[in-house]
Design a binder for this molecule. Structure first.
Ligand code: BGP
Length: 481
């Protein structure tokens, strides 16, 4: 008998994903401190978001308020429950718990806020899936310590992680340490390195060296958190979280193949460290050859060995393609800003993101072959400008099409290729501030939120067509797409 192709396991964690700084608002309420996400300008039309020196409301207006989940969480979680969510991925704003990051005691009001959010989820049988640091950290840690360029960050992060692990040990089972930790391999972009590590590269500094140092402290902090988390509650499932963007060779030319291989190694070495507990040989060799003076101790390497993650959480939006150059260096050094080319077989979104559903199945196989641990798709989705039609509604067929095609490939990876997949939480299940633009108009939600790029709007929530569709998908455990 032929097995049904789309059989997802019982208890599959269908849901949606958001991040604290992109939806909560209440940025200065309940004793919260200023985070790095609070000091960035919005950016649009090809202009990158910029880091300001403090909170400047005039430059930064829309993000502060997010969609005011801080005051609307009950209403929003009720809507998630109506879609039959089994899981809700969000993050804990570090600055609600430790407003400056280096104080001795946590902020009780911040801890209470998440108690209320998690209790509300459990009321409907929704499992919280929690990222510890999602593109934000206390801005004070940037000013006083230079962000993750400083080893003391490990202690601050571990203290934050330990505090929330203990507090929520009976409320949260699924955790991830750093969101898209590998985005900083795109260290040429100020935005990428700042959001991941709170680092502003100084003139004359080698940005790549700085990135490798920061990344090292982060993977050590992550491994320590995993170790401590398992001691606090052995049932915890603590994952890595990477942005999975498969990188294809532009042609079958052997140099293009090698270029793509090196690009994949350069973007995903974090998983070698977080899942297997050790640095890959190509990277140690490269760092030595480059003459980088990195603070990596033998004790750190031991920590990496013990703090291995339980699963791989990843986001998936698109794929990249690379081509080798005529004068390609023998080490095939990958430079994300310079090496990417367009893929003639793929369409792009309005933001130039190449839409590639098969790429999702491809990365699931790649991860499975390489790491043999469960996977969790914790972000996927289609950012678009939604238009309210004459009937007052949003008919987002384009979003449904995108999600349907990706879910189809996800189900093939499970049913045909045998991938062990824990769940699927598409990004921005409710409209929120875009991380890339800092604005509202790039929307992902099943739920529309009335607010524009100028911060105007009633914040009223309403259901898009995709709301009903996704509810049907979940209720049929992915059979009815
Ligand atoms: C991921 C981030 C999210 C999210 C998403 C969509 O990189 O983890 O925080 O925002 O991408 O990106 P954007 O908001 O730029 O469309």
């Amino acid at each position: 008998m032929v097995e049904k192709v789309n059989a997802l396991p019982k208890g599959f964690l269908w849901g949606g994903a958001v991040a604290a700084h992109q939806l909560e608002g209440g940025w200065d309420q309940g004793g919260k401190g200023v985070s790095i996400a609070d000091v960035m300008t919005a950016g649009a039309n090809g202009i990158e978001r910029r880091i300001t020196d403090g909170v400047k409301a005039d430059e930064y207006y829309p993000n502060h308020e997010g969609i005011d989940f801080y005051h609307h969480y009950k209403e929003d979680i009720k809507l998630f429950a109506e879609m039959d969510f089994k899981a809700f991925r969000t993050s804990i704003a570090w600055t609600r718990i430790f407003p400056n990051g280096d104080e001795a005691e946590p902020n009780e009001a911040g801890l209470e806020f998440y108690d209320r959010v998690f209790d509300e989820c459990h009321k409907y049988g929704i499992e919280p899936v929690i990222t510890l640091s999602h593109f934000e950290m206390p801005y004070h840690l940037v000013k006083a310590y230079g962000g993750w360029r400083d080893r003391r960050m490990i202690d601050f992060f571990v203290k934050f992680a330990t505090t929330v692990f203990k507090r929520y040990k009976n409320k949260v089972k699924y955790w991830m340490t750093f969101n898209e930790i590998n985005n900083q391999t795109d260290y040429q972009r100020e935005f990428a390195i700042f959001t991941n590590s709170g680092i502003q590269v100084k003139p004359g500094e080698n940005a790549e060296e700085v990135m490798y140092q920061a990344s090292h402290y982060e993977v050590v902090a992550s491994a320590l958190a995993v170790q401590i988390g398992h001691q606090i509650n052995p049932d915890f499932q603590i994952g890595a979280m990477v942005a999975m963007v498969p990188i294809y060779p532009a042609t079958s030319k052997p140099q293009d193949i090698m270029k793509a291989e090196r690009a994949m190694q350069a973007r995903y070495w974090y998983l070698d460290v977080q899942v297997k507990g050790q640095y890959p040989s190509w990277l140690t060799a490269y760092q030595r050859r480059a003459g980088y003076d990195l603070d990596i101790t033998l004790a750190d390497l031991d920590v990496l060995q013990v703090g291995k993650v339980d699963y791989i959480g990843f986001s998936y939006y698109m794929s990249f393609t690379v081509a080798s150059k005529d004068n390609e260096p023998v080490d095939y050094h990958y430079n994300e800003a310079a090496d990417l080319v367009a893929n003639q077989f793929l369409q792009q979104s309005e933001w130039g993101w190449q839409i590639d559903p098969e790429g999702l199945r491809y990365v699931m196989n790649w991860l499975n072959d390489r790491y043999q641990v469960p996977q969790f798709i914790v972000e996927n989705g289609y950012g678009a400008v939604d238009k309210i039609e004459a009937d007052g509604k949003i008919h987002d067929d384009y979003r449904i099409d995108y999600l349907r095609q990706h879910i189809e490939q996800m189900e093939l990876a499970v049913a045909i290729d045998g991938v062990d997949l824990m769940g699927y939480t598409p990004w921005g299940c409710i409209d929120l501030i875009s991380a890339g633009t800092g604005q509202m108009s790039k929307r992902y939600g099943f739920i529309y939120v009335d607010k524009d790029d100028q911060g105007q709007g009633s914040l009223q929530r309403s259901k898009k067509d995709s709301f009903k569709w996704y509810k049907k998908v979940i209720s049929s455990n992915g059979e009815d797409l």
